[in-house]
Ligand binder design. Structure first.
Ligand SMILES: [Ca+2]
Ligand SMILES: [Cu+2]
Length: 360
């Protein structure tokens, strides 16, 4: 459930989704052995605070999961080494950034009429997109049945003007636009991960497993991620302990020591989103070295809307609808639209790294 645009909500409120374009052409998938990721003998210097070392390496990226039309084919990718935040950026971390810089997020500013043609003037009020479950079961044909634009919602007020961050210091910051995440990363001396880096990190050193921890969603009956149980979207039984967002690190970390790489909140990546990017990479042959995403964006479901990649799924992900807590799944979003299930984490380059761009 990663694609909900503020612009559309502001304009019409209720809207029928365009038919999602059929599965992208699948390039021939040739199974070739890739060397397992190998950690260098030593990590460079002291670990930055609260970051984990990702050794880099080659891996199979993407997913053959039938519902993920844009994650095929699985293709070989190499990423360099980097540091990555062990957790999603929290409210207290984002508060330090906001206080240090005076940064005002997109959701805190009134939408400008020229940016939202067709929106009635009374709708041009600062706010953000929140999950608002319907009273009863609904067809899963349109996410407008459970998303709405809430005036006054932003990262300081996640559920609108009546809510605040009291007791939510360790929760992931939400309602951040892609540019807000970029600004934070720059301030922190970091950057957003590429989609390839993010997925390599999320796989925790495992090879082509459906989940970041292995083969089963609930190994030994144990929840490994904050997702949605019950009946989507109206009845969340919160069997995993959380009906909404959870404090970071509430579930077991993966093999690289990273928490919440599945579920909790979606995480922005730096890449442009194109549904046909993986077939393009696979068709180029060989191993894609440190892919940075396509030069432009195309989502056949909403042509003309530039989108960025997001990964990991959220507390709203369920196998009834989306299942994108699987590391190979891909999300996409309008960079100006934050929601209450979308956040981010950052990466940092290794200072003494060799150049990671190599010829194919
Ligand atoms: Ca949950
Ligand atoms: Cu989902």
């Amino acid at each position: 459930m990663g694609c909900m645009r503020k612009a559309t909500l502001l304009r019409v409120g209720v809207y029928s989704l365009a038919v999602v374009a059929g599965a992208v052409a699948v390039a021939a998938f040739v199974t070739r052995p890739l060397p397992a990721a190998q950690a260098p003998a030593t990590t460079p210097g002291l670990p930055p605070e609260a970051m984990a070392w990702i050794p880099g390496g080659e891996f199979w990226m993407g997913s053959e999961e039938p519902r993920f039309g844009d994650a095929r084919p699985v293709h070989g990718v190499r990423v360099g080494a980097f540091w990555i935040d062990r957790t999603e950026v929290t409210n207290e971390q984002f508060l330090r950034f906001a206080e240090a810089t005076g940064h005002v997020t997109v959701a805190e500013k009134s939408p400008r009429a020229e940016d939202f043609p067709g929106a009635p003037a009374e709708n041009l009020v600062a706010g953000s997109v929140v999950f608002a479950p319907p009273a009863g079961p609904v067809p899963l044909d349109s996410h407008f049945r459970w998303w709405s634009y809430l005036k006054g919602a932003n990262w300081r007020h996640p559920e609108g003007p009546g809510s605040d961050l009291q007791g939510r210091e360790k929760f992931p910051v939400v309602h951040v636009a892609w540019s807000d995440a970029q600004a934070y990363a720059k301030w922190a001396g970091k950057r957003l991960p590429t989609e390839a880096e993010w997925e390599f990190a999320a796989r925790g050193g495992l090879d082509r497993k459906p989940f970041g921890w292995g083969d089963e969603f609930k190994p030994g009956g144990k929840f490994m991620a904050n997702s949605f149980q019950g009946h989507f979207p109206e009845k969340n039984t919160a069997e995993d302990g959380f009906a909404g967002v959870a404090p970071v690190g509430s579930f077991p970390p993966n093999g690289f020591g990273l928490s919440d790489m599945a579920g909790n909140v979606w995480e922005w990546c730096s890449d442009n989103y194109r549904a046909d990017y993986y077939p393009t990479l696979a068709a180029a042959g060989g191993v894609a070295v440190n892919p940075q995403g396509p030069a432009d964006s195309l989502d056949p479901a909403e042509p003309g809307v530039t989108k960025r990649v997001m990964k990991g799924g959220s507390f709203l992900c369920t196998d009834q609808y989306c299942s994108r807590y699987m590391p190979g799944g891909r999300g996409k979003g309008d960079p100006d639209t934050g929601t209450n299930h979308l956040g981010f984490r950052c990466v940092q380059d290794v200072p003494a790294a060799r150049p990671v761009r190599e010829p194919r």
